[in-house]
Each structure stands twice: as structure tokens, then as C-alpha cells.
Design a protein around this ligand. Structure first.
Ligand code: NAD
Length: 288
């Protein structure tokens, strides 16, 4: 039997693209969320972004107009995650930062609390080696936007315990997501395939062989890609895409994963995609 979602307590670390999206998913299902960030500016913006995206979720048919919304607490204090049934880390794609955040969380929540890493590319076993409670750690790669894409990639590490797997199944039921369990490794399945492909698409633009619009049109109209690789890059965030590619390149040696110069230039110039208003395209307001 599925648990009463209003009694579930979720904590999310990182109020960036994913932390906000995962919070919107949970809140939109009536689940209370504690959203933590170390950056006061991100925290200030988080509530407004959550409200905008809740409206968007409704417009896109992902939640009913009269569905109850969970209570949101935004905070800079990790102590506020005490009492959570599950903690999802959605902090910057940096292995050391994730280990630090998960280690600090372990000092606040009791042993047996589900710890989820939403990394795009860092192997779960690599993180598990450096955190105090590897048995509680599971990889759940929520897609972007989390409230519109009903399937997630789930990664059980070699040290993940059975209790954590049972807890992750409960979390997915509460959030109404379908989990596909895959083997551990850099980029799992989706980032291993998608990020490399996007990097190639950026290279084609860099070489002047086609514009971003033309690459996307061909990939959409001829190959059935939903949005095109460069619009997808802007949605992901070019800074996060470059970080994830770096993780992949460093762990696989695959030259195709070395972030290409045009991508790095855009990141350096602050053109991070939708979140900064400009990437391969220009944006105003919230779009999906
Ligand atoms: P982002 O840069 O938009 O946000 C990251 C946030 O983490 C920032 O607000 C930052 O201040 C915060 N942060 C850093 N250290 C923290 C800490 N110790 N505690 C609390 N907050 C902290 O990044 P994002 O795109 O939301 O990505 C987050 C994670 O999700 C990454 O691991 C990324 O690879 C993964 N992911 C991203 C996507 C995507 O499409 N962007 C999709 C799936 C998974």
C-alpha cells in the first residue's frame, strides 16, 4: 500500500535547476519539502521559482489545479533536514562537494535515512567510498524537468543496503515516478549517451558546419529528438553540462567527452543557458 504522501518528509540539498524541479515535483504531490542551499541569493529566488514552476506543471497537465501543495521551507541551515524520511542531494556536480554535503547530512539524520545522490555522472560507488553511510546511499537520476518526466534512472551501488533499496522504492511511489534500475559507472546510461552526443552537436556549431537552430531542427525532424541537443543543453545548464562532461572524460578517457571549446567559452562568459537567460538561444521568463 502506498504511504500517505502528506506524512512523508523530504529534504533537498541545492536550490538550483534540479533542486527546484524536484521540490516542485514533491510539493505538487502534497509532500512537504525542506530545501537547503548555501547560496543566499539562490535561496531568495527559490520560492518564486518554485511557484512559477508549480504553475507551469499545472499548465502542462502534470498536476491538477485543485491538488494540495506541500509546505515548503527554504533554509541555509542543514540542521533543518532533521526528521526527513529521505534527503536528496542536488548540489553542484563536483565529487568533493557531494561527499562533503552527504557527510554533513549524516551527522544530522539517523542511520537508515535514505540518502539520494542526483548526480548526472559520478559513480555511486565512488561517492560511497568516502561517506560515513554507504549502505544508505542510492543514485536516483531525476530528469529535467523532474515534474514533467515520469521516469528516473536508479543506481544501486555495490555497498547500497536492501533497506535503502526498499526506501527508494517508497520514495518513487510517493513521487509517482517509474524507476529503471541500471548498473553503476560514469554517466550511468542517460548521461553517458546524451552528454557525449550534445558535446558533438556543440562541436558541429563550433566548426561552423551548421547553426544551433539547424542542428536542432535536423535532430528533431529527422531523428525524433524531442527538443534537439542544443535546446536540451540550454535546459540542462551549460555550466552543469561542462562539469558532467569533465567527470565523464576524467573517468573514461573518452575524447568525445572532453568539453569542447565553444561550450567552455560560453560557460566562462556566463552564458549558462535558460538559467542565465542566454546559452545557444536567448530566453525571457520561465520556459520548458
Ligand atoms: P545548479 O548549478 O543549477 O545548482 C546547484 C546548487 O547547489 C547551487 O544553487 C549551489 O549553490 C548549491 N550547492 C552547492 N553546494 C551546496 C551544499 N553543500 N549544500 C546545499 N547546496 C549547495 O545545478 P543543477 O543543474 O541543479 O544540478 C544539480 C545536480 O543534479 C548535479 O549533480 C547535476 O549533475 C545533476 N543533474 C542535473 C540535471 C540538469 O538537467 N541540470 C539533470 C539531472 C541531474
Amino acid at each position: 500500500m502506498t504511504r500517505d504522501v502528506t506524512t512523508y518528509r523530504l529534504a533537498v540539498l541545492g536550490a538550483g535547476v534540479m533542486g527546484v524541479g524536484i521540490s516542485v515535483l514533491a510539493l505538487g504531490r502534497g509532500v512537504p519539502v525542506v530545501l537547503v542551499d548555501v547560496d543566499p541569493e539562490r535561496l531568495d529566488q527559490a520560492r518564486g521559482r518554485v511557484e512559477q514552476e508549480l504553475r507551469l506543471a499545472q499548465l502542462m497537465g502534470a498536476r491538477a489545479e485543485d491538488a494540495p501543495v506541500g509546505e515548503l521551507v527554504t533554509t541555509g541551515s542543514l540542521a533543518d533536514v532533521a526528521g526527513a524520511d529521505a534527503v536528496i542531494e542536488a548540489v553542484t556536480e563536483d565529487a568533493a562537494l557531494k561527499v562533503k554535503a552527504l557527510t554533513e547530512v549524516s551527522a544530522v539524520v539517523p542511520r537508515g535515512t535514505l540518502l539520494v545522490t542526483n548526480t548526472s555522472s559520478i559513480p555511486v560507488d565512488e561517492t560511497a567510498l568516502q561517506v560515513p553511510r554507504p549502505e544508505d546511499l542510492v543514485g536516483v537520476h531525476f530528469m529535467n524537468p523532474s515534474y514533467l518526466i515520469p521516469t528516473v534512472e536508479v543506481v544501486r551501488g555495490s555497498r547500497t543496503g536492501d533497506a535503502a533499496v526498499a526506501s527508494v522504492r517508497e520514495l518513487l511511489a510517493v513521487l509517482d515516478r517509474k524507476g529503471v534500475f541500471v548498473g553503476d559507472g560514469p554517466g550511468f546510461v542517460t548521461s553517458r549517451v546524451l552528454h557525449r552526443m550534445i558535446n558533438d552537436a556543440v562541436r558541429i556549431v563550433e566548426e561552423g558546419r551548421a547553426s544551433a537552430e539547424d542542428v536542432d531542427t535536423l535532430m528533431q525532424d529527422c531523428l525524433g529528438h524531442r527538443t534537439g541537443p542544443l535546446r536540451t543543453a540550454d535546459l540542462i545548464g551549460l555550466d552543469n553540462l561542462a562539469d558532467s562532461l569533465r567527470v565523464l572524460y576524467e573517468r573514461t578517457g573518452d575524447e568525445g567527452c572532453r568539453p569542447c571549446d565553444l561550450l567552455l567559452r560560453k560557460v566562462r562568459d556566463g552564458h549558462h543557458g535558460r538559467k542565465s537567460g542566454r546559452g545557444f538561444y536567448t530566453y525571457t521568463g520561465v520556459h520548458v
